[in-house]
Design a protein around this ligand. Structure first.
Ligand code: AMP
Length: 271
């Protein structure tokens, strides 16, 4: 990977993914290409990073459609795919970690202990290996994007971080590799997550700015979906990710739900 990167003369963009590529990933790849231009190179990493999965999570069953991913990358004009083998990025006695200690506390960090330690560590390792000028991440993982920005700032990593808006299916469901776990029935019920977030934003646009009332309205709409439980649903400050009581323009409502054994996340910005 280092040799391939060193041979690139123009700017280098990295798009880190866990594979099972969908149009959300492709939007990141397109944005990367737009920025680096024809003379630059786009690197897509495909690695199901074991350290960001907790015990009992879906590491073993996470989809790994390598041949399809490779074809999609070729069609999207990706210059380099970095695809380490399963344990390939970690030595057996790996013992060095990157922690972000404030933004990682709430939301997904609270329900997935150790998750963001795994994310920060693997992204830091990818930055060291690929040494990109820019790296592109999706706003669907809003907390992850905020944490990566903080890590890069705090550790003086010479990488520019670019965020790309959430890409959705025509019916509004946020694209996710985990959507493949959903049965047709669950796929229909899952739409209530987006509906709940839209309900809250409509109410806000009509003048309701109390977080508690926006949250209850969103929860009520989400729970209309059969078999759904809410992991968390919060309104947070877009930078600090601290809960907000009075919801101003730019605040983010972020939610995680479980439907059957599948965990899905989404968010909406009040604007
Ligand atoms: P993943 O493969 O799920 O780890 O995601 C790799 C990158 O793609 C992350 O930066 C995600 O935020 C981004 N991503 C995933 N789904 C979407 C989506 N629906 N829209 C935009 N970006 C996404």
């Amino acid at each position: 990977m280092r040799r391939a990167a060193a041979a690139v003369e123009g700017p280098l963009a990295l798009v880190p993914t866990m594979g099972a590529l969908h149009d959300g990933h492709l939007a990141l790849i397109q944005r990367a290409r737009q920025i680096v231009g024809a003379s630059g190179a786009v690197v897509v990493s495909i690695y199901v990073n074991p350290t960001q999965f907790g015990a009992g999570e879906d590491l073993a069953r996470y989809p790994r459609p390598w041949a399809t991913d490779r074809r999609k990358c070729a069609e999207a004009g990706v210059d380099i795919i970095f695809h380490p083998e399963a344990g390939g990025l970690y030595c057996d006695d790996h013992s060095t970690w990157v922690y972000e200690e404030v933004l990682s506390r709430g939301l997904c960090g609270a329900s997935r202990p150790g998750h963001f330690r795994g994310v920060c560590t693997v992204v830091a390792k990818l930055f060291m290996i690929v040494q990109p000028d820019i790296a592109v991440f999706g706003q669907k993982d809003y907390q992850q994007l905020a944490i990566i920005r903080r890590m890069v700032r705090d550790l003086d990593m010479p990488v520019k971080i670019i965020g790309v808006p959430t890409q959705r299916e025509p019916d509004g469901l946020a694209m996710s590799s985990r959507n493949t776990y959903l049965s047709p029935q669950e796929r229909t019920e899952a739409l209530s997550l987006r509906r709940g977030l839209l309900t809250a934003r409509e109410l806000w646009r009509k003048g309701e700015h109390a977080a508690t009332r926006l949250q209850s309205a969103a929860k009520k709409a989400i729970l209309k979906g059969n078999g759904i439980t809410i992991d968390y649903l919060e309104v947070v400050n877009p930078k600090t990710l601290q809960p907000e009581r009075h919801v101003q323009r730019g605040c983010v409502m972020a939610a995680a739900i479980k439907i059957g054994s599948t965990r899905l996340i989404d968010n909406i910005i009040f604007q």
